[in-house]
Design a protein around this ligand. Structure first.
Ligand code: CAA
Length: 448
């Protein structure tokens, strides 16, 4: 069976940066370590006044097409995943295609375009759609452009405000891919939940504490479902585990649960037991559910400090969080940023051909709620593709916001407000938002 997977990736961050410990924390009267140590965040990315989900997505897609030498006719579908859409009928993919058609000779007239919605898991679902379309033989040799783009803003004063972010990840899904092959095996954990939602409103209604629990529960179910088809996952099987990262502290919790799960009944559990003096609690050893849960909490507290766990976390999870830590939550793009972060780390460690064939265990999550787990196998073009990313330069050249500027930028991107704010950076060789057309559509142009 021909391999299908991700052939190219481009990342586009919003051009503004909010420093959380130094700029945000003092204004909130909070200890900076709540952000750096608790949530695990240093900074958030924001869009400048001329940026939005369309410009970030189109700019990422253009760089991808230029770098790979792809013409519009080579693309058979454009799927955009977002939870920041501004149009209930016309999908964001048509706006992005319109932008790209301004700069290429050809057009996307015969490409299937759509928009995927299921909170943050939609980016992974869009990849699934592309994968299935190729596997079904409907692609006519063409590839799929999947773009996960979001402006993850919360109401001012909401606890989620600290986890905001903005950016896009464009991915080319194709046969014989350069970066990773996707597994056919998948696991799902899906339930009707009201943890985070936007019922006809721009900023989310969030039950933050509950959302953390729902994330963990659905992720566990997805892992169990994945193992039911793919077989048990062992510590040695996985080089990196990129998870959806609303903030790195969330993945720190998920990583601990995942480790407990994959080491249960394995020799690693015995090794840890030798170090901390106890094996994992089993429910049938306790008289009540409460007593069992209490024993689990105690075990997890000790597991956190075990050398085996700390090493695994440092090698398998921590590297996936490097980008997220400095840009915040990108919703649909977040897990794809985590994958890129892991691969970037592997390249920085000097890995090359010995990394080919290694496995990533990818955990996506969308509020509402659904988790999905699948595996990815590293392909031999991975290093060249990852080294072509310019995300470090983009991060370096972000404009540092003063708190008052942050307040204005938040207002600019608030659909209910109409404020005039000067741009803080100068656009160059990119798509920009220019205003509204006669039918209230948003308009864009490419500036040299
Ligand atoms: N030093 C070190 N750590 C500190 C600290 C300090 N001075 N002060 C606080 N902390 C720690 C806390 O102990 C806590 O860590 P633990 O959970 O490990 O105990 C962490 O920092 C956060 O502190 P709080 O829980 O007090 O923070 P909060 O209540 O202000 O907000 C939140 C946390 C509820 C998650 C909030 O950020 C939020 O609502 N976020 C949006 C929802 C979200 O991201 N949910 C995640 C799952 S849902 C999802 O994944 C979908 C999605 O993308 C939105």
């Amino acid at each position: 069976m021909t391999a299908v997977g991700i052939d190219a990736i481009e990342i586009r961050t919003g051009k503004l940066r909010l420093d959380l410990p130094n700029t945000f924390a003092p204004k909130k009267g909070e200890d900076p370590e709540k952000y750096t140590k608790g949530l695990g965040l240093e900074a958030s990315s924001f869009p400048d006044v001329y940026e939005d989900i369309v410009t970030m997505g189109a700019n990422a897609a253009k760089r991808l097409m230029d770098r790979k030498g792809i013409a519009p006719e080579d693309v058979g579908r454009i799927d955009v995943a977002t939870e920041s859409a501004f149009d209930h009928a016309k999908p964001v993919s048509t706006y992005i295609a319109g932008c790209l058609e301004q700069v290429y000779d050809g057009d996307f007239r015969h490409a299937n375009k759509g928009e995927r919605k299921f909170a943050c898991v939609a980016g992974t679902q869009a990849i699934d759609d592309a994968y299935n379309w190729i596997r079904a033989g409907r692609n006519r040799g063409r590839s799929a452009l999947v773009i996960a783009t979001d402006t993850a803003l919360y109401e001012r004063g909401d606890p989620g405000e600290a986890t905001q972010g903005a950016g896009a990840v464009a991915m080319l899904v194709d046969e014989d891919p350069s970066i990773v092959e996707l597994s056919t095996d998948q696991g799902y954990g899906s339930m009707d939940e009201t943890d985070f939602l936007k019922p006809n409103q721009q900023f989310p209604s969030v039950d933050g504490k509950r959302s953390v629990q729902v994330y963990l529960s659905r992720m566990r179910e997805a892992l169990e479902d994945y193992e039911a088809v793919a077989g048990p996952v062992g510590v040695e099987d996985v080089s990196y585990a990129p998870f959806h990262t609303p903030f790195p502290g969330m993945v720190r919790k998920a990583g601990l649960f995942a480790y407990r799960h994959i080491t249960r009944d394995s020799p690693v559990e015995d090794e840890i037991a030798a170090a901390i003096g106890r094996r994992q609690p089993r429910e049938d050893e306790y008289d009540s559910r409460e007593a069992y849960e209490e024993a689990i909490r105690e075990y997890m507290d000790e597991l956190k400090g075990a050398e085996q766990y700390r090493e695994w976390y440092a090698e398998t999870i921590e590297p996936t969080l490097e980008l997220s830590r400095v840009v915040g939550n990108w919703y649909t793009g977040s897990v794809h940023l985590a994958r890129a972060s892991a691969l970037r780390h592997a390249a920085a460690r000097g890995l090359d051909s010995e990394f080919v064939g290694r496995r990533l265990l990818v955990g996506s999550y969308g509020s509402g709620a659904q988790a999905e787990i699948h595996a990815e196998t590293v392909r031999d073009g991975w290093r060249e593709e990852i080294e072509a990313l310019d995300i470090d330069d983009q991060l370096e050249s972000r404009y540092d916001l003063a708190f008052e500027e942050y307040e204005q930028v938040h207002d600019v991107h608030d659909f209910d407000k109409s404020v005039e704010v000067e741009e803080l950076t100068a656009p160059e060789a990119e798509f920009v938002f220019t205003g509204w057309g006669r039918m209230n559509e948003r308009t864009y142009e490419y500036v040299e």
